[in-house]
Design a protein around this ligand. Sequence first.
Ligand SMILES: Cc1ncc(COP(=O)(O)O)c(C=O)c1O
Length: 441
Amino acid sequence: MSTTQSPDLSNFWMPFTANRQFKAAPRLFKSAKGMYYTTVDDRPVLDATAGLWCVNAGHGRAEITQAVAEQLTTMDYAPTFQMGHALAFEAATKVAEFMPAGLDRIFFTNSGSESVDTALKMALAYHRACGEGQRTRFIGRERGYHGVGFGGISVGGILANRKTFSGNLMPHVDHLPHTLNIAEAAFTRGQPTWGAHLADELERLVALHDASTIAAVIVEPLAGSTGVIVPPKGYLERLRELCTKHGILLIFDEVITGFGRLGAPTASEYFGVVPDLITMAKAINNAAIPMGAVAASRAVHDAVVNAGAENAIEFFHGYTYTAHPAAAAAAIATLDIYKRDRLFERAKDLSGVFEDAVHELHGSPYVKDIRNLGLVAGVELESRPGAPGARAYDVFLKCFEAGVLVRYTGDILAFSPPLIVDEQKIDQIFSTVRDALRNVA
Ligand SMILES: Cc1ncc(COP(=O)(O)O)c(C=O)c1O
């Protein structure tokens, strides 16, 4: 089949997609390089979303392709259960260099969802190893997105992802309130000053359940998929304080914020708040091959690994493709690029221009809030009466037709370009959105 012909669309059941709507008018890419995709009809489309928040070094990086090709030629696969290969260890050492001090024990997975499940299991294993096996409860947060495993949707707080499965979510889960308050903080640049007190809701949950039953709190330091919610100043600090006070582990889900999105290696470093576990995926290897990971503190790792007999498996968990050689090779090449090209510094340097550009949409039709931090922004629109999400979908389509890929969730547009973006492309992204907003009903 030539790339210009449409393939048979019937067999692929598409994820998080309105399948019937899409298949009636498909949008197909055929190649990608740098900041651009090319559609099957040869139109360039500027990627304002880094794929799905994951291609942070831009598309088609030759060094990554070469590393993967060489690895597949040398050794396509090797198990990491009771066996090993050098790249798995090298990749872990490199990833650890990007983590906050002390979070340097790295467990590899294949996705963000698996990283979340892994971190939740580590929390349970840790407490059990410490003689506190009764700590089985997890605290997530409303509007949180932690992937699509049963663990992730249970601690997550997005209604659409939960309701179909609501009868079978994990038990013993509670949720903190989310921190978005448009009435108090509309059009805030960076972190809102309102909302730190919402972390104190953890005290209320401790009073309800008792700290001795709670294993971990899991939050995205900056919530992405729900439509960009920036943490209020002081909020994460307070959450850390309370978790420490009550012996509860704190998990930061950094699947989006890890590897430069905020202009720092992690959100933990950006905010100066160190959790006990960090989940990551996506940009860990520029999305070239599926890969995720969990960074565990020495305390968590050592407690679990030193708990049993020396010749016994300590943690009954892992994946066939944990530290897959090709994924590990891609991670090593990617992390080298981030460092060599100083991409996180670049993101930091551009974040002011990016902020100014997105906030220039203030006053455009239907815009009711704009939120941003680093190279992430969300623009919330008034919903069309009776048709939530329809207006943002129309803006998304208009932008796509005009050559810019944006994301939308509900009626919120989200922007997260590759960190190689420049001022001219930032301008192109937001002027395209401005025109689209003028042309939707
Ligand atoms: C914070 C967060 N956690 C977990 C996930 C799930 O990752 P994956 O789709 O790789 O399973 C995502 C995906 O967007 C995410 O944003």
